[in-house]
Each structure stands twice: as structure tokens, then as C-alpha cells.
Design a protein around this ligand. Structure first.
Ligand SMILES: [Zn+2]
Length: 48
């Protein structure tokens, strides 16, 4: 996984449509993303 940009269009796990996600919070390697639809998803940053 490449370094994450500040925003990325990804498939939303909540409504299964493509949404623009912005980084909302970073806690260690846990990154919380929030979309414009106020949907959130958490990913684990595993490094490049
Ligand atoms: Zn969504």
C-alpha cells in the first residue's frame, strides 16, 4: 500500500458505493476515514 493521500475515492463498506474519503483520525497505524456522507471506515496502515 502506498502512502495514503489526504483524500481518496474508495468503495464504502456501509453503502457499497464509491465515496470520497478523507482522513479523520490517525492513531498509530489505525487510520479512520470519513466520507462526505458521514460514513466511516477504519483501515490499518501496514506500511509501503
Ligand atoms: Zn457510504
Amino acid at each position: 500500500m502506498d502512502l495514503w493521500p489526504l483524500a481518496a475515492v474508495m468503495l464504502c463498506p456501509n453503502c457499497r458505493s464509491r465515496e470520497l474519503f478523507l482522513i479523520d483520525d490517525v492513531d498509530g497505524d489505525q487510520i479512520t476515514l470519513r466520507s462526505l456522507e458521514e460514513h466511516t471506515m477504519q483501515i490499518t496502515y501496514t506500511g509501503p
